[in-house]
Design a protein around this ligand. Sequence first.
Ligand code: Z5A
Length: 214
Amino acid sequence: MTPDTGLFLVLEGPEGSGKTTQAGRLEDWLVARGLSVLRVREPGGTEAGEEIRRVLLHSGDLTPRAELLLMESARAVLVEERIRPALARGQVVLADRFALSSMAYQGIGRGLGLDEVRALNAFATAGLEPDLTIVLLVPPAVGERRRTARGAPDRIERAGDDFHRRVAEAYELLARQEPGVALLDGRDPPAAVHAAILRLLHERFAETFPPGKG
Ligand code: Z5A
């Protein structure tokens, strides 16, 4: 990380895996170290992206291809309007989901294929890739229990047990095969998951986050 390149970190995982909880803790930790943080979520994070999110999560039926193209549209706006400018200012960008979600949910979950999704991800992001993607893995039953405690399911959450099982398996596979992706156990208590995320940052970005300095 240099002042004019920033650092791009992504939290990923199935529903209820604790991404939002960990994004909050990590943002606080980064800010306490004097870093400037842009926190975003996908789909969303821009005016157009939040409109697209509403269609994706709350409209009636969508075909898998239409779902993927809407995810990619929201991503394209987010990258161009917010993420690239923030990285150019030297900020840490902390994203709750990014391109790996499309690979897990649309590529494998919906069966559209990883090569197709990879190509569309590259087009939507104009080749921007995270410095590190951290996958928090929980079994579907744990994710669903945590999600149910929060209220009525949205369109994608209602997609069925087989779909969510495929998504969880996809994350495990992708975390092992994709470069720049690390896998953590999201079943651990929040403080333990946070500590594991910090260990990863110390390991991968020792210059920016020297070990032994909190
Ligand atoms: N989607 C897609 O299909 N393709 C794409 O390309 C993209 C997205 C970008 C976005 O929904 C949906 O879009 C998502 C994938 C799809 N659909 N699904 N399913 P979202 O962003 O609104 O929802 P989500 O990403 O699935 O997040 P979530 O359900 O809100 O979960 P989370 O952020 O991972 O977890 P959380 O909010 O931090 O925690 C959930 C609850 O568990 C909460 O009560 C916490 O207090 C509790 N929690 C958190 N961590 C722990 C631990 N460690 N132990 C115990 N309890 C915990």
